[in-house]
Design a protein around this ligand. Structure first.
Ligand code: HEC
Ligand code: HEC
Length: 248
Protein backbone atom coordinates (compact mmCIF):
# COMPACT_ATOMS: atom_id res chain seq x y z
CA UNK A 1 0.00 0.00 0.00
CA UNK A 2 2.75 2.39 1.00
CA UNK A 3 4.75 1.39 -2.10
CA UNK A 4 1.74 2.04 -4.32
CA UNK A 5 1.24 5.51 -2.95
CA UNK A 6 4.97 6.22 -3.37
CA UNK A 7 4.63 5.19 -7.00
CA UNK A 8 1.56 7.36 -7.58
CA UNK A 9 3.41 10.21 -5.96
CA UNK A 10 6.37 9.84 -8.32
CA UNK A 11 4.03 9.71 -11.34
CA UNK A 12 2.34 12.84 -10.15
CA UNK A 13 5.63 14.65 -9.65
CA UNK A 14 6.56 13.76 -13.20
CA UNK A 15 3.27 15.07 -14.60
CA UNK A 16 3.61 18.28 -12.66
CA UNK A 17 7.21 18.81 -13.82
CA UNK A 18 6.17 18.23 -17.43
CA UNK A 19 3.37 20.76 -17.05
CA UNK A 20 5.84 23.25 -15.68
CA UNK A 21 8.22 22.78 -18.59
CA UNK A 22 5.52 24.29 -20.76
CA UNK A 23 5.58 27.58 -18.89
CA UNK A 24 8.16 30.31 -19.22
CA UNK A 25 10.79 30.72 -16.52
CA UNK A 26 11.41 33.74 -14.32
CA UNK A 27 12.12 37.04 -15.93
CA UNK A 28 11.60 35.75 -19.43
CA UNK A 29 9.74 37.96 -21.82
CA UNK A 30 10.28 35.80 -24.91
CA UNK A 31 7.72 33.36 -23.49
CA UNK A 32 5.17 36.17 -23.77
CA UNK A 33 5.45 37.37 -20.19
CA UNK A 34 5.34 41.08 -19.51
CA UNK A 35 6.83 41.54 -16.05
CA UNK A 36 6.07 45.28 -16.07
CA UNK A 37 2.37 44.67 -16.62
CA UNK A 38 2.40 42.18 -13.73
CA UNK A 39 4.13 44.70 -11.50
CA UNK A 40 1.70 47.49 -12.41
CA UNK A 41 -1.35 45.33 -11.63
CA UNK A 42 0.24 44.13 -8.40
CA UNK A 43 0.86 47.70 -7.25
CA UNK A 44 -2.14 49.54 -8.70
CA UNK A 45 -4.80 46.96 -9.61
CA UNK A 46 -6.69 46.82 -12.89
CA UNK A 47 -10.38 47.62 -13.34
CA UNK A 48 -12.36 45.58 -10.80
CA UNK A 49 -9.19 43.87 -9.55
CA UNK A 50 -7.95 45.79 -6.49
CA UNK A 51 -4.22 46.41 -6.01
CA UNK A 52 -2.79 43.08 -4.87
CA UNK A 53 -0.28 44.69 -2.53
CA UNK A 54 -3.13 46.10 -0.42
CA UNK A 55 -3.68 42.66 1.14
CA UNK A 56 -0.68 40.56 0.10
CA UNK A 57 1.83 43.20 1.22
CA UNK A 58 4.16 45.53 -0.64
CA UNK A 59 6.70 42.73 -1.15
CA UNK A 60 4.04 40.01 -1.58
CA UNK A 61 5.12 38.34 1.66
CA UNK A 62 1.55 37.91 2.97
CA UNK A 63 -0.38 39.20 5.96
CA UNK A 64 -1.53 37.12 8.93
CA UNK A 65 -4.09 39.67 10.12
CA UNK A 66 -5.94 39.28 6.82
CA UNK A 67 -5.27 35.59 6.19
CA UNK A 68 -3.55 36.66 2.96
CA UNK A 69 -0.82 34.33 1.67
CA UNK A 70 2.72 35.08 0.62
CA UNK A 71 2.77 35.18 -3.18
CA UNK A 72 6.46 35.97 -3.75
CA UNK A 73 8.37 32.98 -5.12
CA UNK A 74 5.74 30.37 -4.24
CA UNK A 75 5.64 29.02 -7.81
CA UNK A 76 4.89 30.59 -11.17
CA UNK A 77 2.77 27.77 -12.66
CA UNK A 78 0.97 27.36 -9.34
CA UNK A 79 -0.05 31.07 -9.24
CA UNK A 80 -1.45 30.88 -12.78
CA UNK A 81 -3.41 27.76 -11.83
CA UNK A 82 -4.92 29.43 -8.76
CA UNK A 83 -5.89 32.66 -10.56
CA UNK A 84 -7.49 30.62 -13.36
CA UNK A 85 -9.43 28.55 -10.85
CA UNK A 86 -10.56 31.59 -8.85
CA UNK A 87 -11.85 33.07 -12.13
CA UNK A 88 -13.76 29.83 -12.86
CA UNK A 89 -15.12 29.63 -9.27
CA UNK A 90 -13.35 26.30 -8.81
CA UNK A 91 -11.80 27.69 -5.64
CA UNK A 92 -14.09 29.87 -3.53
CA UNK A 93 -12.46 31.02 -0.28
CA UNK A 94 -14.38 32.32 2.73
CA UNK A 95 -13.56 35.59 4.53
CA UNK A 96 -11.37 38.30 2.99
CA UNK A 97 -10.25 35.85 0.30
CA UNK A 98 -13.80 35.68 -1.13
CA UNK A 99 -12.89 38.82 -3.07
CA UNK A 100 -10.34 36.81 -5.06
CA UNK A 101 -12.98 35.33 -7.40
CA UNK A 102 -14.09 38.77 -8.60
CA UNK A 103 -10.51 40.05 -8.86
CA UNK A 104 -9.40 37.05 -10.92
CA UNK A 105 -12.34 37.48 -13.30
CA UNK A 106 -11.19 41.06 -13.97
CA UNK A 107 -7.81 39.74 -15.19
CA UNK A 108 -7.29 38.18 -18.60
CA UNK A 109 -5.04 35.19 -19.24
CA UNK A 110 -2.11 37.38 -20.16
CA UNK A 111 -2.48 39.42 -16.93
CA UNK A 112 -2.41 36.19 -14.89
CA UNK A 113 0.77 35.04 -16.59
CA UNK A 114 2.34 38.49 -16.16
CA UNK A 115 1.48 38.61 -12.45
CA UNK A 116 2.88 35.10 -11.90
CA UNK A 117 6.01 36.05 -13.82
CA UNK A 118 6.47 39.23 -11.81
CA UNK A 119 5.97 37.43 -8.47
CA UNK A 120 8.64 34.95 -9.46
CA UNK A 121 11.23 37.68 -10.07
CA UNK A 122 11.01 39.13 -6.54
CA UNK A 123 13.92 38.77 -4.14
CA UNK A 124 13.60 35.71 -1.92
CA UNK A 125 12.91 37.23 1.46
CA UNK A 126 12.11 35.57 4.75
CA UNK A 127 9.37 37.14 6.84
CA UNK A 128 8.36 34.72 9.60
CA UNK A 129 4.90 34.87 11.18
CA UNK A 130 4.85 36.44 14.63
CA UNK A 131 3.72 33.38 16.59
CA UNK A 132 3.95 35.15 19.94
CA UNK A 133 1.74 37.99 18.73
CA UNK A 134 -0.73 35.54 17.20
CA UNK A 135 -0.91 33.64 20.50
CA UNK A 136 -1.49 36.90 22.40
CA UNK A 137 -4.37 37.60 20.01
CA UNK A 138 -5.95 34.30 21.05
CA UNK A 139 -4.79 32.01 18.21
CA UNK A 140 -3.67 28.48 19.02
CA UNK A 141 -0.17 28.46 17.52
CA UNK A 142 1.18 24.95 18.08
CA UNK A 143 4.70 23.61 18.45
CA UNK A 144 7.13 24.06 15.53
CA UNK A 145 9.24 21.08 16.69
CA UNK A 146 6.28 18.70 16.34
CA UNK A 147 5.32 20.27 13.01
CA UNK A 148 8.85 19.75 11.70
CA UNK A 149 8.56 15.99 12.25
CA UNK A 150 5.44 15.77 10.04
CA UNK A 151 6.91 18.03 7.35
CA UNK A 152 10.22 16.18 7.13
CA UNK A 153 9.25 12.60 8.10
CA UNK A 154 5.46 12.28 8.01
CA UNK A 155 3.57 9.94 10.30
CA UNK A 156 4.34 6.30 9.49
CA UNK A 157 1.45 4.54 7.74
CA UNK A 158 -0.74 7.64 7.97
CA UNK A 159 0.62 10.88 6.51
CA UNK A 160 3.41 11.20 3.90
CA UNK A 161 6.21 13.66 4.65
CA UNK A 162 5.13 17.00 3.19
CA UNK A 163 8.63 17.46 1.76
CA UNK A 164 8.23 14.31 -0.40
CA UNK A 165 6.24 16.54 -2.74
CA UNK A 166 6.88 20.08 -1.59
CA UNK A 167 10.64 19.60 -1.52
CA UNK A 168 13.30 19.76 1.11
CA UNK A 169 12.19 22.03 3.93
CA UNK A 170 8.96 22.20 1.95
CA UNK A 171 10.35 24.14 -0.95
CA UNK A 172 10.35 22.73 -4.48
CA UNK A 173 9.74 24.51 -7.77
CA UNK A 174 7.28 21.84 -9.01
CA UNK A 175 4.89 22.24 -6.08
CA UNK A 176 3.80 25.39 -4.30
CA UNK A 177 6.35 26.52 -1.74
CA UNK A 178 4.74 26.13 1.67
CA UNK A 179 7.81 27.06 3.66
CA UNK A 180 7.74 30.69 4.86
CA UNK A 181 4.06 30.78 3.98
CA UNK A 182 1.95 32.66 6.53
CA UNK A 183 0.65 30.85 9.62
CA UNK A 184 -3.03 31.90 9.41
CA UNK A 185 -3.22 31.13 5.70
CA UNK A 186 -1.67 27.66 6.19
CA UNK A 187 -4.13 26.80 8.95
CA UNK A 188 -7.04 28.00 6.80
CA UNK A 189 -5.94 25.92 3.80
CA UNK A 190 -5.39 22.71 5.75
CA UNK A 191 -8.79 23.14 7.42
CA UNK A 192 -10.47 23.89 4.07
CA UNK A 193 -9.08 20.75 2.49
CA UNK A 194 -10.07 18.70 5.49
CA UNK A 195 -13.71 19.87 5.25
CA UNK A 196 -13.67 19.90 1.39
CA UNK A 197 -14.37 23.63 1.14
CA UNK A 198 -11.18 23.89 -0.95
CA UNK A 199 -11.29 21.13 -3.55
CA UNK A 200 -9.10 22.26 -6.45
CA UNK A 201 -6.13 19.98 -5.73
CA UNK A 202 -5.12 17.44 -8.40
CA UNK A 203 -6.77 14.02 -8.11
CA UNK A 204 -4.85 10.75 -7.97
CA UNK A 205 -6.88 7.52 -8.04
CA UNK A 206 -10.08 9.52 -7.42
CA UNK A 207 -8.76 11.21 -4.29
CA UNK A 208 -7.79 14.86 -4.08
CA UNK A 209 -4.13 14.79 -3.01
CA UNK A 210 -4.30 17.51 -0.37
CA UNK A 211 -7.86 16.65 0.74
CA UNK A 212 -6.75 13.06 1.39
CA UNK A 213 -3.73 14.20 3.39
CA UNK A 214 -5.56 16.89 5.39
CA UNK A 215 -8.24 14.43 6.48
CA UNK A 216 -5.55 12.50 8.35
CA UNK A 217 -4.40 15.57 10.29
CA UNK A 218 -5.73 16.53 13.72
CA UNK A 219 -6.31 20.14 14.82
CA UNK A 220 -3.03 19.95 16.74
CA UNK A 221 -1.14 18.56 13.71
CA UNK A 222 -2.40 21.51 11.64
CA UNK A 223 -1.26 24.23 14.03
CA UNK A 224 2.04 22.42 14.65
CA UNK A 225 2.76 22.18 10.91
CA UNK A 226 1.81 25.82 10.33
CA UNK A 227 3.97 26.95 13.26
CA UNK A 228 6.99 25.18 11.77
CA UNK A 229 6.47 26.19 8.14
CA UNK A 230 5.73 29.85 8.88
CA UNK A 231 8.90 30.33 10.93
CA UNK A 232 11.38 27.80 9.52
CA UNK A 233 14.66 29.13 8.20
CA UNK A 234 15.75 28.18 4.71
CA UNK A 235 17.67 24.93 5.15
CA UNK A 236 19.97 23.27 2.64
CA UNK A 237 19.62 19.51 2.03
CA UNK A 238 22.74 19.16 4.21
CA UNK A 239 20.89 20.81 7.07
CA UNK A 240 22.73 24.14 6.96
CA UNK A 241 20.76 27.31 7.61
CA UNK A 242 20.91 29.41 4.46
CA UNK A 243 20.56 33.18 4.10
CA UNK A 244 17.63 34.72 2.24
CA UNK A 245 18.20 34.43 -1.48
CA UNK A 246 17.77 36.59 -4.48
CA UNK A 247 15.16 34.74 -6.54
CA UNK A 248 15.40 30.96 -6.63
C1 HEC B 1 -8.92 42.29 -0.20
C2 HEC B 1 -7.65 41.61 -0.01
C3 HEC B 1 -6.99 40.99 -1.23
C4 HEC B 1 -6.61 41.62 -2.42
C5 HEC B 1 -6.75 43.08 -2.77
C6 HEC B 1 -6.00 40.59 -3.23
N1 HEC B 1 -6.00 39.39 -2.56
FE1 HEC B 1 -5.32 37.62 -3.27
N2 HEC B 1 -5.94 36.68 -1.59
C7 HEC B 1 -6.48 37.31 -0.48
C8 HEC B 1 -6.76 36.33 0.55
C9 HEC B 1 -7.32 36.61 1.94
C10 HEC B 1 -6.39 35.08 0.02
C11 HEC B 1 -6.49 33.70 0.70
C12 HEC B 1 -7.72 32.96 0.21
C13 HEC B 1 -7.91 31.65 0.92
O1 HEC B 1 -7.89 31.63 2.16
O2 HEC B 1 -8.05 30.64 0.23
C14 HEC B 1 -5.85 35.34 -1.32
C15 HEC B 1 -5.33 34.35 -2.16
C16 HEC B 1 -4.67 34.63 -3.34
C17 HEC B 1 -3.99 33.64 -4.14
C18 HEC B 1 -3.82 32.16 -3.82
C19 HEC B 1 -2.39 31.94 -3.35
C20 HEC B 1 -2.07 30.53 -2.95
O3 HEC B 1 -1.04 30.37 -2.31
O4 HEC B 1 -2.81 29.61 -3.30
C21 HEC B 1 -3.46 34.30 -5.23
C22 HEC B 1 -2.64 33.69 -6.35
C23 HEC B 1 -3.83 35.69 -5.10
N3 HEC B 1 -4.56 35.86 -3.95
C24 HEC B 1 -3.44 36.67 -6.00
C25 HEC B 1 -3.87 38.00 -5.93
C26 HEC B 1 -3.63 38.96 -6.96
C27 HEC B 1 -2.85 38.69 -8.23
C28 HEC B 1 -4.23 40.14 -6.56
C29 HEC B 1 -4.29 41.44 -7.30
C30 HEC B 1 -4.89 41.42 -8.61
C31 HEC B 1 -4.84 39.88 -5.26
N4 HEC B 1 -4.60 38.57 -4.91
C32 HEC B 1 -5.53 40.81 -4.50
C33 HEC B 1 -6.74 38.65 -0.35
C34 HEC B 1 -6.59 39.59 -1.34
C1 HEC C 1 1.65 13.70 -2.99
C2 HEC C 1 2.18 15.05 -3.07
C3 HEC C 1 1.90 15.97 -1.87
C4 HEC C 1 2.19 15.74 -0.54
C5 HEC C 1 2.81 14.51 0.10
C6 HEC C 1 1.81 16.95 0.16
N1 HEC C 1 1.32 17.88 -0.72
FE1 HEC C 1 0.61 19.72 -0.26
N2 HEC C 1 0.17 20.07 -2.22
C7 HEC C 1 0.35 19.17 -3.25
C8 HEC C 1 -0.15 19.74 -4.48
C9 HEC C 1 -0.14 19.09 -5.84
C10 HEC C 1 -0.62 21.04 -4.17
C11 HEC C 1 -1.23 22.07 -5.14
C12 HEC C 1 -2.74 22.08 -5.00
C13 HEC C 1 -3.42 22.95 -6.04
O1 HEC C 1 -3.04 22.89 -7.20
O2 HEC C 1 -4.32 23.71 -5.66
C14 HEC C 1 -0.40 21.20 -2.74
C15 HEC C 1 -0.71 22.35 -2.04
C16 HEC C 1 -0.48 22.54 -0.69
C17 HEC C 1 -0.74 23.75 0.02
C18 HEC C 1 -1.34 25.01 -0.56
C19 HEC C 1 -0.31 26.06 -0.75
C20 HEC C 1 -0.93 27.37 -1.06
O3 HEC C 1 -0.17 28.30 -1.33
O4 HEC C 1 -2.17 27.49 -1.02
C21 HEC C 1 -0.43 23.53 1.33
C22 HEC C 1 -0.54 24.51 2.49
C23 HEC C 1 0.06 22.18 1.43
N3 HEC C 1 0.01 21.59 0.19
C24 HEC C 1 0.50 21.61 2.61
C25 HEC C 1 0.97 20.31 2.70
C26 HEC C 1 1.34 19.69 3.96
C27 HEC C 1 1.31 20.38 5.31
C28 HEC C 1 1.73 18.42 3.66
C29 HEC C 1 2.19 17.34 4.62
C30 HEC C 1 1.29 17.02 5.73
C31 HEC C 1 1.61 18.26 2.22
N4 HEC C 1 1.14 19.42 1.68
C32 HEC C 1 1.92 17.11 1.53
C33 HEC C 1 0.93 17.92 -3.13
C34 HEC C 1 1.35 17.32 -1.97
Amino acid sequence: MYQTSKFILLCLMLVVSLLQLGTATAGESAGGININNGQTIFNEGKGDAAACQGCHGEKALGNDAMGAPRLANIGQAYIIKQLTEFAADKRTPAGAGAAMNGFAKALNEQDRRDLAGFLNTLDYEIDPSDLKGLATDGNKVGDPKLGKIIVTQGVKGKVPACQDCHGFNARDPRFPAINQQKFVYLVNQLNSWRDDSRANDPMVANVGIMRGIAKKLSDDDIVNIAAFLSTAPRISPEGEIMPALKKN
